[in-house]
Design a binder for this molecule. Structure first.
Ligand SMILES: *Cc1c(COP(=O)(O)O)cnc(C)c1O
Length: 376
């Protein structure tokens, strides 16, 4: 039977709890509580608690979060910042926007920043390293932390995709000076527009970031430095405050879907799957994405589309250093090879177990038909 399994179902984000969301909107509207109200303050407290961070602040989006964090950490002109090339362009562009130079490095088989490649990229100008906690997984932070310590660097994390993900029991976004989160609708904790946050354990950096996101104004309204307007809307904060309550169940469900994929696809030699949910006790992954590597990737993608299954190649099919217009000259072999093979399968909260099984079944039939067509 032909089914339709979209890569992501945007309307269902709203329809899942439509009455509750309308009630929240009505409440905010009737009070006129649009900007920097109680819901934002409450959400910041709950978010910090959830992630085990001392502080959290809501900002306009995940990209502003990185820019503000870099600025507060003192990154500026002349500074190099090591980033993974397999990341959203926002990680690197934020470095450029504060006047620094992003230095993209390679990834490894789990698609995370490769510590060996990162260590090789350190120069006299390196000021910071900012790994991306990609696809809902946290990097090996022991290995990254060693590079930081050996070279006296600042550690920041782009944890846009990793709220609730852990390495050795510690949450993504809490390892360094600051860690940034995105609430883009398709993120694991998504709002109804743009939204972001910054986690921190450093009081001075947190204070600086609070000033930067609100025109450089302190609590009394005194303008003490140049700043931006990058506040998380109170409506989005109210939605997120509500959704955070059931977020642990969201994580559990995402891990369940990943384990079904693992069970049904783990035997296929043509695929390389992401690490399974309990394959390494140091890592707790939340599966923002289920990014596989696949033989005959383009044919597989087409075949799945013909069978009603939506898939996606991350970042429009290129790593940061591969966009000609950005002027990078570096070559990163694993990342480049990976981008010819990578594909994200649907993994979202509107999928049933049946639909996960349907996706797996179609992938299996693609490869068995392909095997049969090979000359004996
Ligand atoms: C989504 C994302 C961002 C940007 O977040 P926005 O809220 O869309 O600005 C940055 N980095 C990574 C890795 C992301 O996935």
């Amino acid at each position: 039977m032909q089914r339709s399994v979209p890569f992501f179902n945007y309307p269902s984000l709203f329809k899942q709890e439509e009455d509750k969301f309308v009630e929240i909107f009505r409440d905010i509207g009737r009070r006129g509580a649009y900007i920097a109200q109680k819901e934002l303050a409450d959400f910041e407290v709950e978010l910090a608690k959830f992630a085990g961070a001392k502080y959290a602040i809501g900002v306009a989006d995940g990209t502003d979060a990185i820019i503000i964090a870099l600025k507060a950490a003192g990154v500026g002109p002349g500074d190099e910042v090591i980033v993974a090339s397999h990341t959203m362009v926002a990680t690197a562009s934020s470095v450029a926007f504060v006047g620094g130079t992003p230095v993209p490095v390679d990834c490894g088989p789990d698609h995370m920043m490769d510590p060996t490649s990162a260590a090789k990229a350190v120069t006299k100008k390196t000021k910071a390293i900012m790994p991306t906690q990609l696809n809902g997984r946290t990097c090996n932070m022991d290995a990254i932390g060693k590079i930081v310590a050996d070279n006296n660097l600042i550690l920041l994390e782009d944890a846009a995709q990793a709220l609730g993900s852990k390495f050795k029991g510690r949450d993504a976004g809490t390892f360094g000076v600051a860690g940034t989160i995105s609430f883009y609708p398709a993120k694991t904790l998504g709002c109804f527009g743009d939204g972001g946050a910054i986690l921190s354990n450093d009081e001075a950096v947190n204070r600086e970031m609070r000033l930067l996101r609100d025109h450089g104004r302190d609590e009394s309204g005194e303008v003490v430095r140049w700043g931006l307007n990058s506040r998380l809307d109170n409506f989005q904060a109210a939605i997120l405050l509500h959704k955070l309550k059931t977020y642990p169940q969201v994580i559990a469900r995402r891990r369940k879907i990943a384990s079904i994929y693992q069970e049904l696809l783990g035997g296929l030699t043509q695929l390389q799957l992401p690490p399974a949910p309990d394959s390494d006790e140091r890592h707790f992954d939340i599966y923002q994405n289920y990014e596989i590597e696949a033989e005959k990737r383009n044919d597989l993608k087409k075949f799945l589309a013909e069978n009603g299954i939506g898939t996606l190649i991350q970042w429009g099919g290129k790593a940061v250093h591969q966009w000609k217009g950005l002027g990078f000259k570096v070559s990163l072999p694993y990342t480049e090879k990976m981008f010819e093979r990578c594909l994200m399968l649907p993994l979202n909260m509107s999928m049933s177990d049946d639909e996960v099984a349907y996706v797996a079944e179609k992938i299996r039939s693609f490869y068995s038909a392909f095997q049969r067509s090979l000359p004996k």
